[in-house]
Design a protein around this ligand. Structure first.
Ligand code: SF4
Ligand code: SF4
Ligand code: FES
Length: 478
């Protein structure tokens, strides 16, 4: 490891590793440095020239993304000279830009707009009639739309497909001011991580067909969570909005940087899994297919468990650790057997050597911590002996309904399912993103999620469901 040296940035003395990139020091310390082409996951390319800084002793401004840190370096990021250079570079960037910001879905998240607002502010010297034009709406594949006119040719998208996925679908075609991003004929953007290019694009050139024009980003709120699409547990931001007279709704997932888990990216399957949250939800509690209040259904669940000597609880590997632990304690209290058997989540064709794992459940590792066995033989023995089966969000029986013949079934599910449809009692549960809890990923990393969703009529999670039983017992209501 190289040694730490002292340097001065904007009159403040700081330390950094000798030879490390100056832009990394600026970004790590939260010192504002406009940039388009540099990205920590992709490295330097030096093509946009936005990251110019003044370095004492150097005649001309230098790009911070290709400047190694040296002992005694004196750097200025916002001197008069630098502000003027940035203004000139922006003017060049905008020569052929269509200035169609009012109809651009990147508004609110566009670096070109942001940099113009802080260091541009000039009257255009280019007549709109002489601007170069290019294709405005190209479907590249994988739900990614390209507007070639808005592109600043930073090549982040090209480098992502070359360096991260190794699929190389994107390239720069034509020359000079006619250069544009494009795919090769008959070879659409098609890899399991393709939609990351939308997050990487600093402007409105690449947008996500699934999200574009659905929300103005400044109306949405975000909270940190993990993706539940597989056992990797990629870190994400959940963007949601509660519009007037409507329930809180999730509009998109975006990857959140975590060096220990997913770096900067996530897969498209996980990104689009937000849709499961709103679709096909189990909303009403039922007893023998008649709608009842949730409290009545919970009371009936307890009565059945209390009077039945051979009950089996089948638990989902997507429940949080706290829910699993509470269910384990409840099973012990009521002499029920408990199992986490859930082979249906394994899909060998899904896993790869990057982020995606063959186990498409979020929290299987917590079974061990909660002392819940997944053993197949044990599950089969418990099932054979059981006259009552209580299923907690585990879809194993959806394809194996016959195994439930002659057994009483109680379902606690967040989404509709075959199992819930064929149950004597069904109770709606909170979904993955509506509850707070702890999850352990495939590498043993424990991650806490605090939900920011604010539903009008929130469903119980397993923990609050069990608390409801406790309160009812204390009050003598069951
Ligand atoms: S499409 Fe976006 S990410 Fe790709 S080169 Fe253009 S501005 Fe950069
Ligand atoms: S790799 Fe797994 S956890 Fe990560 S985004 Fe994809 S499905 Fe979600
Ligand atoms: S970020 Fe340094 S040249 Fe583009």
């Amino acid at each position: 490891m190289s040694e730490m040296v002292k340097l001065t940035i904007n009159d403040k003395e700081l330390e950094a590793q000798e030879g490390s990139l100056l832009i990394d020091k600026l970004l790590d310390d939260g010192i504002h440095i406009p940039h388009f082409c540099y990205h920590k996951a992709l490295g330097k390319d030096g093509n946009c020239r936005m990251c110019m800084v003044e370095i004492e002793g150097q005649k001309r401004p230098q790009i911070a993304c290709d400047t190694p840190v040296k002992e005694g370096m004196i750097v200025r990021t916002k001197s008069e000279k630098i502000m003027s250079v940035r203004k000139d570079i922006l003017e060049l960037q905008l020569i052929n830009h269509p200035i169609d910001c009012p109809t651009c879905d990147q508004a609110g998240e566009c670096k070109l707009q942001d940099f113009y607002m802080e260091s541009g502010f000039y009257h255009s010297r280019v007549n709109l009639d002489v601007k170069n034009h290019a294709r405005k709406r190209t479907d590249l594949g994988s739900d990614v739309m390209l507007d070639q006119e808005r592109c600043v040719l930073c090549t982040r998208c090209v480098r992502f497909c070359q360096e991260v996925t190794g699929t190389g679908e994107l390239g720069v075609v034509s020359r000079a001011d006619h250069s544009v991003i494009d795919i090769f004929p008959g070879r659409p953007l098609s890899n399991p991580y393709a939609m990351n290019v939308v997050d990487l694009c600093p402007v409105g050139a690449l947008t996500n067909k699934d999200f574009r024009f659905k929300q103005r980003v400044w109306f949405m709120e975000s909270f940190n969570a993990i993706c539940s699409g597989c056992s990797k547990g990629c870190n994400i931001e959940v963007d949601h909005r509660k519009e007037k007279y409507q329930d809180d709704q999730i509009f998109r997932f975006r990857p959140r940087f975590n060096d220990d888990v997913n770096g900067y990216f996530m897969c498209d399957y996980g990104r689009l899994s937000y849709k499961n949250e709103g679709e096909n939800r189990l909303v009403n509690a039922t007893i023998n297919s008649e709608e009842v209040s949730t409290d009545n259904a919970i009371a009936a669940l307890y009565s059945e468990v209390a009077k039945n000597e051979n009950a089996l609880f089948l638990v989902s590997p997507n429940l949080c650790l706290e829910e699993m632990q509470n269910l384990k304690a409840f099973a012990e209290l009521t002499n029920a057997n408990i199992s986490g058997y859930s082979p249906q989540y394994f899909d060998e064709s899904f896993g790869d050597d990057y982020l995606r794992k063959s186990d498409k459940s979020a929290n299987r590792a917590s079974f061990k911590e909660a002392s819940i066995s997944e053993d197949e033989n044990e599950f089969k023995n418990y099932l054979e002996a059981a006259s009552l089966v209580v299923v907690f969000d585990n879809n194993y029986f959806d394809e194996n309904l016959k195994l439930l013949d002659k057994k009483k079934v109680i379902s606690c599910f967040s989404n509709k399912s075959n199992t819930a449809d064929n149950s004597a009692i069904a109770i709606p549960l909170a979904s993955f993103y509506e509850k707070c809890g702890t999850y352990i990923n495939c590498d043993g990393i424990k991650q806490k999620v605090v939900s920011g969703i604010n539903r009008d009529n929130p469903s119980e999670n397993v923990t609050t469901l069990l608390e409801t039983i406790k309160t009812m017992l204390e009050k003598g209501n069951i």
